[in-house]
Design a protein around this ligand. Structure first.
Ligand code: ADP
Ligand code: MG
Length: 389
């Protein structure tokens, strides 16, 4: 799951990573008082959404006029924010972070993420931080310095110094950077993160380091170790169908196509999507209903797939290894009766008691097409959805 910037900064603060003081606003009217409390004569107002690129998308406003900021707050809260990292629909904004504007000397980048190939955490740092770091990474990757952390010993002091020199830091900044890197690493490990990013990490006019942005992704596989995370979750920022799927322990990811896919097993689900594409179709989703599929889960899965109005046909591909295909067929039949499907459904069953399952589907009187091999199933569902894209 992703955190908002203000939540990330709270974690930074707890860990001793310097961040600006801030106030969270839900309404524009709260702005003048919050600004007065923060003091200073210039402020930054920042939309809280689970996406970067806010600066480029009009979600970050710097001003010394309270009237201008209050009007800006009203405007940003009124509609979804579209940035280069959101889709065209944008993300709803229900909170704003107000901070004193910091006098910036330089904008750096510092990030920590898992390098799966190396089986280590990777630190990345660049002197070319700020709003165009993606462009820097694409066009001048030599401007990004990186090194791995040995999990046995953690961040070593010379690693902090090496990066600090590469960033052109000097004097006390080198010490501050080393401390910041160690604390960032400690936070990453303690929170079971999968990405922690400070962009920009600024050198202020007075020469100190300050984290002006915070991006944190947490590893969902470790959620059971962090019960406090539940309160950080903001469902308004997540795909509604993906959130609904998570509630039913279904592995679902929305895609852009028109063929709904319901499959057991993640590997088979990916192979199924490949085959649909091979035959000219476009999957509307990835969906793994899991190994021990039940009729109830099949019904939930159907509801989920059909709640996407783009879906023109559904492909059910179940391999009965542990589960019995006749039980799955029973589930499919009751699910279709319950949900009332109006579009073509192609079902491929293979494995334990597949013949019995297919016979039940054929005898059900429901408008289902059955197939016994995957190629045929893919061809049929592509045709049913209106032919190759
Ligand atoms: P995003 O990454 O979504 O664009 P950032 O938080 O990085 O949002 O803000 C974009 C830019 O706004 C920063 O690169 C920085 O120049 C400026 N900025 C952000 N916070 C402050 C602040 N507190 N004071 C001064 N400038 C800021
Ligand atoms: Mg940023």
């Amino acid at each position: 799951m992703n955190l908002h910037e203000y939540q990330g900064k709270q974690l930074f603060r707890q860990q001793g990573i310097p961040v600006p003081e801030g106030r969270l606003l839900q309404q524009a009217e709260q702005l003048p008082q919050a600004a007065t409390e923060l003091g200073g004569g210039r402020w930054v107002l920042k939309a809280q959404v689970h996406a970067g690129g806010r600066g480029k998308g009009g979600g970050v406003l710097v001003s010394s006029s309270l009237e201008e900021l209050e009007a800006g707050a009203r405007r940003i809260l009124a509609q979804p924010l579209v940035t280069p990292q959101t889709g065209a629909d944008g993300l709803p904004v229900s909170a704003l972070l107000l901070e004193p504007a910091c006098a910036i000397q330089r904008e750096l980048y510092l990030g920590l993420l898992l390098d799966r190939a190396a089986e280590r955490l990777l630190v990345m740092a660049s002197a070319a931080g700020g709003m165009s770091i993606e462009e820097v990474a694409a066009k001048t990757p030599e401007q990004i310095h990186s090194l791995h952390i040995d999990p046995v010993v953690g961040v070593q002091p010379d690693q902090g110094r090496e990066l600090a020199f590469a960033l052109g830091l000097e004097g006390d900044q080198i010490k501050q950077f080393g401390q910041m890197l160690s604390r960032l690493y400690a936070l990453y490990v303690a929170e079971d993160a999968s990405l922690v990013e400070i962009n920009p990490l600024v050198v202020t006019q007075s020469g100190d380091l300050l984290a002006l942005d915070a991006k944190i992704n947490l590893d969902d596989n470790a959620a059971f170790r962090h019960p406090q995370r539940a309160q950080w979750r903001d469902l308004s920022q997540e795909d509604a169908r993906e959130a609904q799927a998570a509630e039913h322990e279904l592995n679902y990811i929305s895609l852009d196509g028109n063929i709904g896919c319901m499959v057991n097993g993640a590997g088979l689900a990916m192979a199924t999507m490949d085959l649909v594409k091979l035959h000219g179709g476009l999957p509307a989703n990835f969906l793994d209903v899991g190994g021990g599929t039940t009729a109830a889960r099949v019904a939930e899965a159907f509801k989920l797939i059909l709640s996407d109005s783009q879906v023109k046909a559904v492909l059910v591909n179940i391999f009965g290894g542990i589960v019995r295909c006749d039980l799955i067929a029973e589930g499919i039949i009751s699910a279709i009766k319950e949900v009332g499907i109006q579009i073509p459904v192609v079902v491929r069953l293979e494995g334990t008691r597949a013949a019995e399952g297919l016979a039940m589907l054929n005898a059900s009187g429901l408008a289902l097409e059955t197939a016994s091999d995957l190629t045929q199933a893919a061809q049929r569902v592509v045709a049913a959805a209106g032919g190759a894209a």
